[in-house]
Ligand binder design. Structure first.
Ligand SMILES: [Zn+2]
Length: 563
């Protein structure tokens, strides 16, 4: 069957609700274990059915936003989703309170119950109004970002359209492009400050109402982080400061030399090579054929997966009018099918879709037989699968980049290293903000700039006084919309580095370990998954230094001045 043949039918909510209520009655009130067990399975089946329809709608709506039918159906799900979520809360509460809980934990794994406990802590009907306010503020931020109309060199651009200018080969173009982008943020400074101030205060109030001391732990609990806390993260960031920051500074020096610049400014950092950044050497169809060759040769399982994706048309990669921007990977439970959505644009990002997003898709394909709650892991673990696939793809990467292969490999690793301090900075900043919720907007900016100088000491804003004031974070959507999420990317990157190292030494061992990890899906917590795969825990002091040593040795061995 092909994706276009997947049939959509709007779920009849009255029937769904009565089915759910019927199952809920079978959980709790003195029912035998077998009945409860069966009722939970039925609940999973109902949620798979509804989610398949909801996901089908969101995919078709994003592929063609002009299709009125799916636009209406999207509205239907947006409106009714929250009502169905209430049943989910009710379900969790009943399952948690069951007298058969120990036996159920054995059957379904205790993680489901640990997550349920956290979910319960993060919600009370009294906070609904505050949650609505939080959503509204996040949406307001997104709209403000999307409203950017930046005048530059005779054209008008939004923020993402400014990206090519920001990394232009001509230095003065980069310089002016940065000033133009900063100008947008400066013109809207009051708005960005007010929205964030409101968000911080609203979240702090929610935390107090739920019985937390401040928003920090609540932020962690919202992500279902069951096995580490802010103190672990604090120690982890310290490792980044001590080990990665000097290395990133060194890489910045090397880049400045490559670019022939004496005192690099912030606007010089987005360009990697004077001759331009590496690009794939063919169109979409050509790249997909290379990806097919790669997955066919990598292993029987990856081959089966990628051919399944191709046979069923589960990749929508071309940019076209009416299609939403960005990219994602999602899953249709009833069809047991992952789906990859992207907008190819001829940059190395296209190859990332075929490695990174395909890594996500391969993971969920491999854990299809898990219960719905365990098909995807928590975010910091989910990114391990995608970022590691980027590294497992290295033996085939020349197929895509041809003469740019050496450039690609060097900037892939160097870029991943240089990202870590920024990720830690974004995280550290948010801890300061939520531990001191009464800080004024000016104090927040000073805090950002002070931390920025520690994590990114090589970032010199030159004559960009607005950025020098401590406002770069205005553009980091996660800080507004998904507090404490950002560190996840760095944690996954550090773990994925271990796959790079393992793969250099023993490709078969690395691949086998990766395939086994994918099958586990989200059936274990972050640290549980690492333990099963014999991967090092990044929170343990000294781990980052050990992991990064061979990567530094590799980067040192490359004569990047010749690339
Ligand atoms: Zn990802």
């Amino acid at each position: 069957m092909k994706f276009n043949d997947f049939t959509y039918e709007r779920p009849n909510l009255e029937i769904v609700k009565s089915e759910i209520e019927k199952q809920l009655e079978r959980i709790g009130t003195d029912q035998p274990y077998e009945v409860e067990h069966q009722a939970i399975l039925e609940m999973f089946a109902i949620s798979d059915r509804v989610n398949t329809m909801g996901t089908l709608v969101s995919i078709r709506n994003s592929v063609n936003t002009k299709d009125e039918f799916y636009e209406k159906e999207q509205e239907f799900f947006d409106e009714n989703g929250p009502h169905l979520q209430q049943f989910q809360h009710l379900f969790i509460e009943k399952v948690l309170a069951s007298k058969h809980r120990p036996k159920l934990e054995k059957a379904f794994g205790d993680l489901l119950f640990k997550r349920g406990d956290l979910e319960k802590k993060t919600f009370k009907p009294e906070i609904i109004e505050h949650l609505q306010k939080e959503n509204k503020l996040s949406t307001e931020y997104s709209k403000l970002i999307a409203s950017a109309q930046i005048e530059f060199k005779g054209g008008t651009y939004n923020l993402s359209q400014m990206a090519p200018f920001v990394q232009d080969k001509d230095r003065e173009t980069r310089h002016q492009a940065q000033l133009a982008v900063s100008g947008f943020f400066a013109a809207n400074e009051e708005q960005f400050d007010r929205i964030y101030d409101d968000l911080v205060k609203t979240r702090h109030e929610i935390a107090l109402k739920l019985g937390y001391e401040n928003f920090v732990q609540l932020g962690y609990d919202r992500f279902g982080r069951t096995d580490y806390d802010f103190k672990d993260v604090q120690g982890y960031r310290k490792q980044i400061l001590e080990v990665i920051v000097p290395l990133a500074a060194e890489l910045t020096d090397r880049k400045a030399k490559r670019l022939g610049i004496e005192n690099p400014k912030s606007y010089d950092l987005a360009l990697s090579f004077l001759s331009g950044n590496p690009t794939p050497k063919g169109d979409r169809a050509w790249q997909v054929s290379k990806a097919k060759k790669m997955y066919d040769e990598m292993s029987p399982k990856t081959s089966e997966f990628f051919n399944f994706m191709l046979d069923q048309d589960l990749l929508d990669l071309d940019s076209k009018p009416g299609k939403q921007g960005g990219g994602y990977c999602t899953y249709l439970p009833e069809y047991r099918a992952p789906f990859i959505f992207a907008n190819f644009n001829g940059t190395s990002h296209d190859v990332d879709v075929l490695t990174h997003e395909a890594g996500h898709a391969f993971q969920v394909y491999s854990s299809r037989d898990q219960i719905p709650e365990y098909r995807w892991p928590t975010m910091e673990a989910a990114e391990i699968h995608s970022m590691s696939m980027e590294f497992l793809a290295w033996p085939w990467i020349h197929e895509f980049f041809l003469e740019d292969t050496a450039k690609y490999k060097f900037s892939h690793l160097a870029g991943a290293i240089s990202f870590l301090p920024y990720g830690a900075l974004v995280d550290h900043y948010q801890h300061e903000v939520y531990m001191n919720p009464s800080m004024t907007p000016d104090e927040r900016k000073q805090t950002w700039r002070t931390l920025e100088k520690q994590y990114l000491p090589y970032k010199d804003y030159g004559d960009d006084l607005f950025m020098e004031k401590g406002t770069f974070w205005f553009r980091q959507g996660h800080i507004y919309g998904a507090p404490f999420y950002y560190i996840d990317y760095t944690l996954a990157q550090v773990v994925a580095f271990q796959y790079w190292v393992m793969h250099q030494a023993d490709p078969k061992q690395a691949l086998d370990s990766y395939l086994a990890l994918c099958q586990l899906g989200g059936s274990k917590s972050f640290l549980g998954l690492l333990e099963s795969a014999n991967l090092k825990n990044p929170f343990v002091d000294g781990t980052i230094e050990a992991i990064v040593k061979p990567i530094k040795a590799y980067l040192d061995s490359v004569d990047d001045q010749k690339l």
